[in-house]
Design a protein around this ligand. Structure first.
Ligand code: THU
Length: 134
Protein backbone atom coordinates (compact mmCIF):
# COMPACT_ATOMS: atom_id res chain seq x y z
CA UNK A 1 0.00 0.00 0.00
CA UNK A 2 1.39 3.45 -0.91
CA UNK A 3 1.50 6.34 1.53
CA UNK A 4 -1.11 8.12 -0.59
CA UNK A 5 -3.45 5.12 -0.24
CA UNK A 6 -2.96 5.01 3.53
CA UNK A 7 -3.67 8.76 3.72
CA UNK A 8 -6.88 8.13 1.73
CA UNK A 9 -7.89 5.59 4.39
CA UNK A 10 -7.24 8.24 7.04
CA UNK A 11 -9.39 10.71 5.08
CA UNK A 12 -12.18 8.13 5.16
CA UNK A 13 -11.68 7.80 8.92
CA UNK A 14 -12.13 11.57 9.26
CA UNK A 15 -15.80 11.02 8.41
CA UNK A 16 -16.13 9.09 11.68
CA UNK A 17 -14.93 12.07 13.73
CA UNK A 18 -17.23 13.21 16.55
CA UNK A 19 -16.01 16.77 17.03
CA UNK A 20 -18.96 19.10 17.71
CA UNK A 21 -16.83 21.32 19.98
CA UNK A 22 -13.65 21.96 18.00
CA UNK A 23 -15.17 21.12 14.60
CA UNK A 24 -11.66 19.91 13.78
CA UNK A 25 -11.99 16.50 12.14
CA UNK A 26 -8.98 14.21 12.39
CA UNK A 27 -8.63 10.76 10.85
CA UNK A 28 -5.95 8.12 11.26
CA UNK A 29 -5.16 4.80 9.62
CA UNK A 30 -2.71 2.18 10.90
CA UNK A 31 -1.32 -0.37 8.43
CA UNK A 32 -0.41 -3.83 9.73
CA UNK A 33 1.88 -6.40 8.05
CA UNK A 34 -1.21 -8.44 7.13
CA UNK A 35 -2.28 -5.56 4.87
CA UNK A 36 -5.23 -4.78 7.14
CA UNK A 37 -5.90 -1.16 8.03
CA UNK A 38 -7.20 -0.02 11.42
CA UNK A 39 -8.99 3.33 11.54
CA UNK A 40 -9.40 5.96 14.22
CA UNK A 41 -11.05 9.37 14.44
CA UNK A 42 -11.11 11.99 17.18
CA UNK A 43 -14.00 11.55 19.59
CA UNK A 44 -14.82 14.57 21.77
CA UNK A 45 -16.88 15.07 24.90
CA UNK A 46 -18.69 17.98 26.58
CA UNK A 47 -16.14 17.37 29.34
CA UNK A 48 -13.39 18.41 26.93
CA UNK A 49 -10.53 16.62 28.65
CA UNK A 50 -12.11 13.25 27.90
CA UNK A 51 -11.51 13.74 24.17
CA UNK A 52 -9.56 10.97 22.47
CA UNK A 53 -7.38 11.80 19.47
CA UNK A 54 -7.68 10.02 16.14
CA UNK A 55 -4.20 8.49 16.12
CA UNK A 56 -4.54 7.03 19.61
CA UNK A 57 -7.89 5.56 18.63
CA UNK A 58 -6.31 3.96 15.53
CA UNK A 59 -3.45 2.50 17.59
CA UNK A 60 -5.80 1.22 20.30
CA UNK A 61 -8.15 -0.15 17.64
CA UNK A 62 -5.27 -2.17 16.15
CA UNK A 63 -4.17 -3.50 19.55
CA UNK A 64 -7.77 -4.37 20.47
CA UNK A 65 -8.00 -6.39 17.27
CA UNK A 66 -4.93 -8.44 18.13
CA UNK A 67 -2.25 -6.65 16.13
CA UNK A 68 1.14 -7.16 17.77
CA UNK A 69 3.79 -4.47 18.22
CA UNK A 70 6.04 -6.05 15.56
CA UNK A 71 3.24 -6.21 13.01
CA UNK A 72 2.79 -2.44 12.77
CA UNK A 73 4.11 -0.93 9.54
CA UNK A 74 2.78 2.60 9.18
CA UNK A 75 0.42 5.21 10.58
CA UNK A 76 -1.19 8.03 8.62
CA UNK A 77 -2.86 11.01 10.32
CA UNK A 78 -4.83 13.67 8.47
CA UNK A 79 -6.69 16.88 9.27
CA UNK A 80 -7.69 20.03 7.47
CA UNK A 81 -5.07 22.77 7.62
CA UNK A 82 -2.42 24.63 5.67
CA UNK A 83 0.26 22.28 6.95
CA UNK A 84 0.05 18.58 7.75
CA UNK A 85 -1.43 17.86 11.17
CA UNK A 86 0.95 17.90 14.14
CA UNK A 87 0.21 15.22 16.76
CA UNK A 88 -0.26 16.35 20.36
CA UNK A 89 2.23 15.49 23.09
CA UNK A 90 0.06 12.74 24.60
CA UNK A 91 -0.18 10.98 21.24
CA UNK A 92 3.59 11.24 20.72
CA UNK A 93 4.13 9.56 24.09
CA UNK A 94 1.70 6.75 23.20
CA UNK A 95 3.27 6.32 19.74
CA UNK A 96 6.67 6.10 21.40
CA UNK A 97 5.58 3.13 23.48
CA UNK A 98 3.17 1.29 21.17
CA UNK A 99 4.78 1.68 17.72
CA UNK A 100 8.09 0.11 16.63
CA UNK A 101 10.91 2.59 16.04
CA UNK A 102 10.85 1.98 12.27
CA UNK A 103 7.12 2.66 11.85
CA UNK A 104 6.54 5.08 8.99
CA UNK A 105 4.44 7.98 10.24
CA UNK A 106 2.70 10.09 7.62
CA UNK A 107 1.33 13.50 8.65
CA UNK A 108 -1.04 14.93 6.05
CA UNK A 109 -3.58 17.58 5.21
CA UNK A 110 -6.30 17.64 2.54
CA UNK A 111 -4.06 19.30 -0.09
CA UNK A 112 -1.89 16.22 -0.63
CA UNK A 113 0.89 17.57 1.57
CA UNK A 114 2.48 14.60 3.33
CA UNK A 115 5.37 14.66 5.79
CA UNK A 116 7.04 11.33 6.48
CA UNK A 117 8.51 11.11 9.96
CA UNK A 118 9.37 8.68 12.75
CA UNK A 119 8.55 8.08 16.40
CA UNK A 120 12.00 9.31 17.40
CA UNK A 121 11.76 12.50 15.36
CA UNK A 122 8.39 13.26 16.96
CA UNK A 123 9.61 12.60 20.52
CA UNK A 124 13.37 12.72 20.97
CA UNK A 125 14.87 12.07 24.42
CA UNK A 126 11.63 10.42 25.52
CA UNK A 127 10.59 9.17 28.91
CA UNK A 128 10.00 5.45 28.42
CA UNK A 129 10.01 2.07 30.17
CA UNK A 130 13.83 1.96 30.15
CA UNK A 131 13.81 5.05 32.37
CA UNK A 132 11.93 3.01 35.01
CA UNK A 133 14.82 0.53 35.40
CA UNK A 134 16.27 1.79 38.67
N1 THU B 1 -6.66 16.00 17.53
C1 THU B 1 -6.42 14.75 17.07
O1 THU B 1 -7.31 13.90 17.04
N2 THU B 1 -5.18 14.46 16.64
C2 THU B 1 -4.16 15.38 16.51
O2 THU B 1 -3.08 15.02 16.07
C3 THU B 1 -4.40 16.78 16.88
C4 THU B 1 -5.65 17.02 17.65
C5 THU B 1 -8.04 16.35 17.91
C6 THU B 1 -8.34 16.49 19.36
C7 THU B 1 -9.57 17.39 19.33
O3 THU B 1 -10.72 16.61 19.11
C8 THU B 1 -9.37 18.26 18.11
O4 THU B 1 -8.39 17.57 17.32
C9 THU B 1 -8.91 19.67 18.42
O5 THU B 1 -7.83 19.66 19.27
Amino acid sequence: MTKEELVLEAINAQKLSYSPYSKFKVGAALLAKSGKVYLGANIENASYGLTMCAERNAIYNAYCNGVNFDEIVALAIVAQGESPVSPCGACRQVMNELLPKNTKIFLANLNNDIIETTVNELLPYSFNNECLDI
